[in-house]
Design a protein around this ligand. Structure first.
Ligand code: FMN
Length: 187
């Protein structure tokens, strides 16, 4: 099996990290690889804001918790109001927010999901660990949270598709059982 097919099988969602930061070179490689992700009609209309360091991620977490208590944003209200809740309960040293321009992209969710997939695979290949973190999409447009995102440099035109917790992995988790027989062939 080729190296790329082996990597596709070996990548796992990593949720335990060492304290080491991720180097600027590794971040550069990850986003170079992500820039090759396919996008509908080749819009390439995505953006990633990288929040580094536990203190900065803790501040982001506070903003997330506040936004989830606002009227109209009830999906994770109960979950996020507990003192122990954190978007970064895995204590990753890097938290990446991935968004797609809703005007310029023809398929924002699909484009963003593929970009995140490329980020996860590039991280794996670099010996890092990464995990998709989902909860920020629903508060993407809560006005105070949006103002905070803008301060971070995340473009106002972009909807959050998902986030990635990133760091140096301690080990690779066991492969969850695979569901088989996902396809049929005609002809
Ligand atoms: C759309 C999506 C949302 C996810 N959200 C989360 C999340 O919020 N927190 C988390 O720990 N893992 C999350 N994951 C990771 C999945 O739990 C993981 O991919 C799945 O359990 C299979 O494990 P594997 O990635 O190691 O194959 C998400 C994955 C996807 C594709």
């Amino acid at each position: 099996m080729s190296e790329i097919l082996t990597a596709l099988k070996e990548r796992r969602s990593v949720r335990v990290f060492t304290d080491e930061p991720v180097s600027p070179e590794d971040l550069k490689t990850i986003f170079e690889i992500a820039s090759y992700a396919p996008t509908a009609r080749n819009s390439q209309a995505w953006w990633a804001t990288v929040v580094q360091g536990l203190d900065n991620i803790a501040k982001l977490n506070e903003e997330v918790k506040k936004a989830n208590q606002k009227p109209g944003y009830e999906r994770y209200r109960e979950l996020t109001k507990t003192a122990s809740y954190s978007i970064n309960f895995h204590r990753a040293p890097v938290f990446i927010i991935v968004g797609v321009d809703r005007e310029k992209s023809f398929c924002p969710s699909e484009d963003g999901a593929l970009v995140i997939g490329y980020i996860l695979l590039a991280a794996h290949d670099l010996g890092l660990g990464a995990c998709w973190i989902n909860q920020l999409g629903v508060i993407s447009d809560e006005p105070d949270f949006r103002a905070y995102l803008t301060q971070l440099g995340f473009p106002p035109s972009h909807k959050i598709i998902g986030c990635v917790a990133l760091g140096r992995r301690q080990s690779l988790p066991k492969v969850p059982d695979r569901v088989k027989d996902h396809f049929n062939v005609v002809g």
